[in-house]
Design a protein around this ligand. Structure first.
Ligand code: SF4
Length: 444
């Protein structure tokens, strides 16, 4: 049995939660974190298969770790392992084990390998998740914030997305489980994630969504509750009211595009006009609300008119944060068979145009915060966030390095640096009083 481990996590916040679950299991099995990959008996790469660039990055990381840690047992898990299974092991002889979500870490090259498998759950069958990492234990967070994954899988069928084909249908966790885990994480900010967050609870028997009561309950436990990945049709008045009541009026709307014909081809709800109406209504209730979204540029059939509609929407919506991607063809998806592919060069040009516009909007919205006072949560020495910034994906607030990690301090924004801000404290920091000892090292 390996005694020390190193976990490398790629991709989205949902993967980070899965990695935390693995850490919880390893620690429960008596293993300890290694200081570096080369010092570990077991190296795990939790991969991302979202788009081609993410897959390539995952493979690069696997190869680099194989070189850095030649003596360690090298395990590849996560979305690539679930999606490609043994094909991945055949293509990467450096890898000892390819393990789907939560499956037993059984060596794929078992005949040539005498390592003892590390069992972390029931064995998975190819491409069908048999075991949800969600149900595994998880250590207290090292940082003062943590993601909380409320469900696994997705019931939608967006034209470009392969995730439901290997993550499976939505399985929501119970509220009691989530409340327990939130308590054990011992953090000041909970960031709720799922493939389709607003659909949380719909699969639990009554067909009703139950995100609102969950948000209300968590709000009573921590300083901040933040929600990521809201499908726009599920952004109900009730959910908006619940978000506003958390005092984190941060709306991450998964929009993807705005042109009506293209939205239908993407097999998604909505259009630019409906999205703007929703954003305007929220701003009427809370003028300083912050909005994030993401868009795909160059989806098959995207015309010049569709692109102009997206540019006009971005100009009108004045979103604070935005993720922009060129379309990536995923085998087995509806969009992969569509005609009228957009040439890569043209998609890139369109991306550059929207990105330049959005970068200017983000910078100008950040400039307007100079002089504003806000509570800043100190994530690491000299680096914090107000409620306006989600961890890892938005900008940060830079402050004096002497402020204690986990403290919340009122500060005045003194400078805008594009996406980041600089701030000066104006009050005493409110310290983070921990109840649970965290695992010191979670890997990179
Ligand atoms: S909502 Fe759409 S894009 Fe998101 S995981 Fe589900 S199918 Fe994929």
């Amino acid at each position: 049995m390996p005694r020390t481990y190193w976990i490398e996590t790629l991709g989205c916040p949902k993967n980070q939660v899965d990695s935390d679950k693995l850490v919880g299991t390893f620690v429960a099995d008596g293993m300890t974190p290694a200081d570096s990959p080369s010092a570990a008996d077991l190296v795990v790469v939790n991969t991302c298969a979202f788009i081609e660039a993410a897959r390539q990055e995952s493979i690069d990381v696997v190869l680099a770790l194989a070189e850095d840690a030649p003596e360690a047992e090298l395990v590849v898990t996560g979305c690539m392992a679930e999606r490609y299974g043994d094909e991945l092991g055949d293509a990467l002889p450096e890898v000892d084990v390819v393990a789907g979500f939560g499956s037993a870490f059984v060596p794929v090259h078992a005949a040539a390998h005498d390592a003892v498998p590390v069992t972390i759950g029931r064995a998975a069958q190819a491409r069908v998740p048999q075991f949800d990492l969600l149900n595994l234990p998880r250590p207290a967070s090292v940082a003062p914030w943590a993601y909380l994954k409320v469900a696994e899988g997705c019931d939608r069928a967006c034209g470009f997305c392969a995730i439901p084909s290997f993550r499976g249908p939505q399985r929501s966790r119970t509220m009691a489980d989530l409340v327990d885990e939130a308590g054990d994480l011992d953090v000041r900010e909970i960031v709720l994630v799922a493939q389709d967050l607003a659909a949380y609870g719909r699969d639990q028997g009554r067909g009703e969504r139950s995100l609102v009561p969950l948000v209300e309950h968590l709000r009573s436990m921590v300083d901040r509750v933040r929600l990521l990945y809201l499908y726009p049709s599920d952004l109900t008045d009730e959910l908006i009211a619940a978000i506003l009541a958390t005092d984190v009026p941060y709306f991450d709307l998964s929009l993807q595009h705005v042109s009506s014909p293209l939205m239908r081809s993407m097999r998604r709800w909505g259009d630019g006009e409906r999205f703007l109406n929703r954003i305007d209504a929220i701003r009427a209730a809370r003028p300083d609300a912050v909005f994030r979204s993401n868009f795909i540029v160059g989806y098959p059939g995207e015309t010049e008119d569709d692109h102009v509609a997206l540019v006009e929407f971005v100009e009108a919506a004045q979103l604070d944060w935005c993720g922009l991607f060129t379309y990536s063809e995923e085998v087995g998806t509806y969009a992969a068979d569509l005609a009228d592919k957009v040439p890569a060069g043209l998609a890139r040009e369109r991306l550059d145009e929207v990105s330049a516009l959005q970068d200017a909007i983000t910078a100008s919205r950040r400039d307007r915060l100079v002089g504003v006072r806000a509570d800043v949560l100190i994530d690491s020495p000299g680096v914090g966030r107000t409620w306006r910034e989600a961890p890892e994906i938005d900008g940060v607030v830079l402050l004096d390095e002497s402020l204690p990690v986990g403290a919340i301090v009122e500060a005045t924004i003194t400078e805008s640096l594009g996406t980041d801000l600089r701030a000066e404290p104006v009050g005493e920091p409110m310290p983070w009083v921990r109840r649970v000892a965290p695992v010191d090292e979670v890997g990179a």
